[in-house]
Ligand binder design. Structure first.
Ligand code: ADP
Ligand code: SR1
Ligand code: MG
Ligand code: MG
Ligand code: MG
Length: 411
């Protein structure tokens, strides 16, 4: 690529960049004479282009030195592209080209009919394999980067590397764990309907006690390499395929942060359904499918995660040495405690992420797309009340079925 300096690209300058970059040109079958370029970024942070030649397509994502949805008043390190490219190299979509100076990633185009899961959930589309695929993704990514599989030497090296993603962690610390609980110019909510609800969040000492614990855990506990932003806008789907994108927040953190992001965003989708119901579709069956998917996602995750643990229990992992935990009965007790703690962490982080999507800076299309503001408020309020109760009472849940029963009971 031309030059070592950073330049923000646009649709025109990207064409010249591609022509000068062999790996990108190759991904387009070398047919770079007539390219069509379209900026499609609908996320909060970055610019994403789909580039098409007559021989194929490629996605180019560039990080600019600020947060896209706020503007240059909120600077943000471009190094997020480096951590995204690093995390992507372990998984898919395949990275064809990474230019660190330009904070630019060229990656595989995830083709239609793939759409962003959040949009599918708003449209009421069923994804029968979603729970299986996400359980696999979470079990594999989390288990193989934990001390259940790795030596402490390997683990600490990796932790040190991803610790450099500190600015992205700081963003999460602020927008998920701090701003919703204080007066901040970044907060917004469906006003005036939710004025009292937002104020109640800022005045709830019980909630503040719990969020402090979760914030510290998020910062201090290097349990596994997490995706860091695993909401339903980071997943592209068809009824038989599931692809996770956008791991720019990757770092070593509690596993429950990823699991909670996924489950919490499904719960938001559930509470939004009443706002999408119409004469043609009351969404009742779809709401049941979402709850079933939450249940299966956790239960299959647990099954797959424990399967990996049992398979590799005599390997290099240094958390539970075989010399100490080779008694099957003891190992069973240890695993049950591990999974129960992980469920509680996931519920805590998941509800924190629900709360911030209602009273913090970044909202979700699930609610935003409900036109009637008063109807939208009633959906948002039920989600908020549900999240507050789960966050405070998370240690009382022993199974995902009990959590689902609670979600169902919120009126
Ligand atoms: P941000 O970091 O700004 O949130 P994302 O990585 O989530 O950016 O990408 C924004 C949008 O671009 C996605 O919602 C999706 O529609 C599209 N997109 C991103 N990566 C791909 C890809 N590899 N293939 C197809 N579409 C993609
Ligand atoms: C300014 S907060 C933007 C949010 O969008 C990203 O996808 C993360 O979820 C972040 O918290
Ligand atoms: Mg995104
Ligand atoms: Mg992103
Ligand atoms: Mg979230």
């Amino acid at each position: 690529a031309a030059g070592d300096e950073f330049r923000p690209l646009d649709e025109a300058s990207l064409v010249a960049y591609i022509r000068a970059t062999p790996a990108l040109a190759a991904s387009l079958g070398g047919r770079v004479d007539a390219l069509s370029v379209k900026e499609v970024g609908d996320g909060n942070l970055n610019f994403v282009y789909i580039v098409t030649s007559d021989a194929g397509s490629v996605v180019v994502k560039q990080a600019l030195p600020y947060i896209r949805c706020v503007g240059d008043s909120w600077p943000m390190t471009r190094e997020r592209a480096y951590f995204e490219a690093s995390a992507l190299r372990e998984h898919v979509p395949e990275v064809y080209h990474f230019d660190r100076a330009m904070s630019l990633i060229g990656m595989r185009y995830i083709k239609p009919p793939h759409i962003i899961l959040r949009k599918g959930l708003i449209a009421g589309v069923h994804y029968p394999l979603l729970a299986h695929h996400m359980a696999d993704y979470m079990a594999n990514t989390l288990f193989f980067t934990s001390l259940l599989y790795n030596s402490t030497t390997h683990h600490k090296k990796q932790v040190a590397r991803y610790c450099e993603n500190v600015e992205m962690c700081r963003l999460t610390e602020q927008v998920v764990f701090s701003d919703p609980y204080m007066v901040s110019k970044y907060n917004r909510w469906n006003s005036p309907f939710l004025d009292k609800d937002a104020e109640a969040v800022r005045e709830d000492d019980g909630l503040k006690l719990e969020i402090a614990e979760l914030k510290s855990m998020f910062i201090e506990r290097a349990q596994a390499l997490i995706h860091g932003d695993l909401h339903t806008g980071s997943i592209m789907v068809t009824p038989d395929s599931t692809q996770v994108i956008d791991p720019e927040f990757a770092f070593y953190a509690p596993m429950g942060y990823d699991i909670g992001a996924f489950l919490g965003n499904l719960i938001l989708a559930y509470f939004a359904q009443d706002g999408h119901a119409d004469q043609a579709n009351d969404r009742k069956a779809y709401k049941q499918w979402i709850l079933k998917t939450i249940e299966e996602s956790w239960n299959l995750f647990q099954q797959k995660f424990l399967g990996l643990w049992n398979k590799h229990k005599d390997g290099n992992g240094e958390a539970y040495l075989p010399a100490i935990y080779n008694n099957p009965e003891l190992l069973g007790v240890v695993q049950k405690k591990y999974m129960t703690d992980l469920l509680h962490d996931s519920l805590g982080f998941g509800s924190a992420k629900m709360i911030r999507r209602i009273v913090g800076i970044a909202h979700v299309e699930d609610f935003d797309s409900i036109e009637d503001a008063s109807k939208r408020a009633s959906c948002e309020r039920r989600a908020l009340d549900c999240a507050k109760a789960i966050l405070k009472g998370r240690r009382q849940f022993e199974s995902i079925e009990q959590v689902i029963a609670h979600v169902r009971s919120v009126t």
